[in-house]
Design a protein around this ligand. Structure first.
Ligand code: CU
Length: 153
């Protein structure tokens, strides 16, 4: 598991919009022996796609809370920069965004009218993952959704 811990501090997303977006040219599964996998922490992140996701919750908690996302799927192992924006019409609405079972994929609590940005590495295993608000009872009121992790292209 190459899950990148850290990056949990909601550091403001540096406005670096100059991504080379180089396609992963060396994606071939080279089974060339047992090269020491210890010395490629940098190389591992070079070819990694970087995906920006915006999730908002609006409506009025608890009557009608709902997550809405501009993206519903991300590639496996992508670096996901996720912004969660709390637009709850209930001024007391405090929520977070938590991706079940994925290390580091949880925002801090966000008050109405605010947002938080986190970065995490998408799971290696494609499939459907569930996200939700981890505040007690909120998930039961409908604050959950699905994020699909797709096979790397
Ligand atoms: Cu909530």
């Amino acid at each position: 598991m190459v899950l990148a811990a850290g990056c949990l501090s909601a550091s403001s997303p540096a406005s670096k919009t100059s991504e080379p977006a180089a396609p992963p040219t060396s994606a071939a599964p080279t089974a060339s022996g047992t090269a020491s996998s210890d010395e490629t922490p940098a190389g591992a992140s070079v070819g990694r796609a970087r995906i920006h996701v915006l999730v908002i919750s609006d409506g009025f908690y608890p009557a009608d809370p709902a997550f809405k996302a501009n993206l519903t799927s991300v590639p496996a192992n992508a670096s996901v920069v996720l912004t969660y924006r709390d637009q709850d019409l209930n001024p007391l609405g405090k929520h977070d965004w938590t991706l079940e079972g994925v290390e580091g994929a949880q925002t801090p609590l966000v008050e109405t009218g605010h947002e938080a940005t986190i970065e995490f590495v998408a799971p290696l295993k494609p499939g459907e993952y569930v996200y939700y608000c981890s505040v007690p009872q909120h998930r039961g009121f409908g604050m959950e959704g699905k994020l699909t992790v797709t096979s790397p292209a």
